[in-house]
Design a protein around this ligand. Structure first.
Ligand SMILES: Cc1cc2nc3c(=O)[nH]c(=O)nc-3n(C[C@H](O)[C@H](O)[C@H](O)COP(=O)(O)OP(=O)(O)OC[C@H]3O[C@@H](n4cnc5c(N)ncnc54)[C@H](O)[C@@H]3O)c2cc1C
Length: 239
């Protein structure tokens, strides 16, 4: 992997009140695998730099690079990327990085169970977009845990893509549910996960991503449900 490369923000798209997608132009960008991330470095006028990792949101079939950043109010870099940066601004990019938390189409067509918490949906969305773009028939299922419908990144696109017979999307809302949801908000637990994931005997490969406590809890529920540890791939965002 080479070092830092100069890049330019091509466009900024609002996803929720807290999250923006940045489409980034990197000269000579060679593409990526679904699930990989890049390091993004920003530079202040006085030369101070800070870098953070961001999962790639775009499909592996596309030649463009996009990342989706959720603002942490007390954070150093994410408020800048969400509230300040604008088309035409410069960034530095390193990567793509990651060879384990990736989905590549394969002949076995093992079912794929995705579990995301908050912005942890981003690399899972890259997998879903790649699966859709290839018209791959591997059974995919996403369990997306989020506080409220308004904070659900990619909600409209996920609702639309869930019409694909090879993709099921299950939602878990912890603070506020959509109108007419028919159940109160609740935190995920083992019973809820059991009803929203492929059973262990399906041979599914699981990808779990989000803040560290969420990932640890979700991976433990999958173990309780009988998933072999080697079939659970995790990406921890910190926190
Ligand atoms: C491989 C990888 C991929 C990532 N992909 C994404 C992505 O696609 N979208 C995205 O929004 N973020 C992603 N992150 C998280 C991102 O790298 C930053 O950690 C995040 O944007 C916060 O940076 P900050 O500078 O604003 O906060 P900081 O100044 O670094 O931290 C501020 C405070 O928030 C806490 N904190 C840091 N990260 C988290 C977190 N994720 N959840 C809760 N608390 C946290 C810190 O402990 C600290 O107290 C990814 C992280 C990794 C390791």
């Amino acid at each position: 992997m080479s070092g830092w490369r100069q890049a330019v923000v091509a466009s900024v798209t609002c996803e929720t009140a807290n999250a923006r997608t940045l489409q980034i132009e990197v000269p000579g960008w060679e593409g990526h695998a679904a699930g990989q991330h890049v390091d993004v470095r920003v530079r202040a006028e006085d030369g101070y730099t800070a870098s953070r990792s961001y999962s790639i949101a775009s499909s592996a079939s596309s030649t463009s690079l996009s990342v989706t950043v959720d603002r942490l109010d007390d954070g150093e870099v994410s408020p800048y990327l969400v509230d300040v940066i604008a088309p035409g601004d410069h960034l530095e990019i390193r990567g793509p990085t990651g060879g384990w938390f990736v989905w590549r189409p394969n002949a076995e067509q093992r079912p794929v169970q995705l579990i995301g918490g908050g912005s942890g949906v981003v690399p899972l969305m890259s997998m879903i977009r790649s699966h859709g773009d290839l018209a791959d028939t591997t059974p995919f299922r996403l369990l997306y845990a989020v506080r409220s419908p308004g904070l659900a990144i990619f909600r409209q696109e996920l609702l639309r893509r869930a019409a694909d017979p090879d993709l099921a999307v299950d939602w878990a809302f912890s603070r506020e549910t959509p109108e007419g949801w028919g159940a109160p908000p609740s935190r995920l637990d083992l019973a809820a996960v059991r009803s929203a994931v492929f059973p262990a005997d399906s041979g599914a490969l699981a990808y779990v991503c989000g803040a560290t406590p969420f990932v640890e809890a979700a991976a433990n529920w999958l173990l309780d449900l009988g998933y072999p540890p080697t079939d659970i791939r995790t990406e921890r965002y910190g926190g």
